[in-house]
Design a protein around this ligand. Structure first.
Ligand SMILES: NC(=O)c1ccc[n+]([C@@H]2O[C@H](COP(=O)([O-])OP(=O)(O)OC[C@H]3O[C@@H](n4cnc5c(N)ncnc54)[C@H](OP(=O)(O)O)[C@@H]3O)[C@@H](O)[C@H]2O)c1
Length: 244
């Protein structure tokens, strides 16, 4: 796929996606809050297809941009540089981390609608928000593999969703179109398709630290497109936001 993928956020999810992308022959431009000079180690690991930039340049120089930051950082995004682009939104609302956001607490908006409102000249597609970074890296498979997993996507623009389907295919995943940004609550924290299906059955009796350790080491369980459809259909809207 001849695309340059920009990253605003180069943490657990950003770096995992960038590893999948560079392994698949996609060029990446990485950025974070502290500046490109802090990304030398990651870029060296990613190899010749990777470089670091400011958030503005990562957005400007990319065909497709992944926003993968804590939700609380959305006001800082380079709105003008992202104009006209498809933006993949991996963010989730965690009030313990992000603070309370009244419109989300009232279920008046989904977190991706909040981002879309901020990025009014971009096309936001929610994707890759419902799988833990370790399983995201472990479960990627070529398109013909029988144990290929699927991820839900949601967005308001069909062409942008098509961009994301193609990208996910390149990175090793099928995509299931679950609707618009307004219905993207169906893959938000606490819903049936969120994280746990890809992790598998939890061992019993784990404390918080052991659970985190298990999540960061277990290889995961493939989740098919049919399973994603069923899990998304079973979602019931509850209070917004997850908890750690
Ligand atoms: N971790 C997971 O498994 C997982 C799974 C699905 C979805 N998510 C969601 O995806 C998002 C990213 O999660 P993560 O775990 O990858 O987070 P993370 O490891 O904490 O990384 C966050 C990244 O965002 C950057 N950042 C923070 N504020 C920024 C700003 N104002 N401008 C530009 N970059 C900024 C950070 O840069 P600095 O380090 O320089 O501050 C860092 O590179 C979150 O919304 C999370 O809820 C996470």
């Amino acid at each position: 796929m001849r695309t340059t993928l920009g990253f605003i956020g180069s943490g657990l999810i950003g770096s995992t996606l960038a590893r999948l992308a560079t392994a698949a022959g996609v060029d990446v431009v990485m950025s974070n809050s502290r500046g490109p000079e802090t990304l030398g180690g990651l870029v060296a690991e990613l190899g010749d297809r990777a470089r670091a930039a400011t958030t503005r340049d990562a957005a400007r120089d990319a065909d497709l941009v992944v926003v993968t930051v804590p939700l609380t950082a959305y006001p800082d995004l380079p709105v003008a540089a992202l104009a006209g682009k498809t933006v993949i939104d991996t963010t989730n609302y965690y009030p313990q981390r992000d603070g309370r956001i009244a419109e989300l607490d009232a279920d008046a908006l989904t977190s991706s609608e909040l981002l879309q409102r901020r990025l009014s000249s971009s096309d936001v597609v929610k994707a890759v928000n419902n799988v833990f970074f370790h399983q995201l890296g472990m479960l990627a498979r070529p398109s013909a593999a029988p144990d290929r997993s699927a991820l839900p996507i949601a967005g308001d623009d069909d062409a942008a969703k098509h961009d994301v389907v193609r990208l996910l295919d390149t990175l090793g995943y099928d995509a299931v179109d679950t609707g618009t940004l307004a219905t993207s609550w169906r893959s938000e924290p606490t819903t049936p398709v969120y994280v746990m299906p890809y992790a598998g059955t939890l061992p019993e009796g784990l404390g918080a630290a052991e659970l985190q350790q298990w999540m960061a080491t277990t290889g995961g369980v493939p989740v098919s497109a049919a399973q994603v459809k069923d899990l998304v259909a079973a979602a019931v809207r509850g209070p917004a936001g997850g908890s750690f």
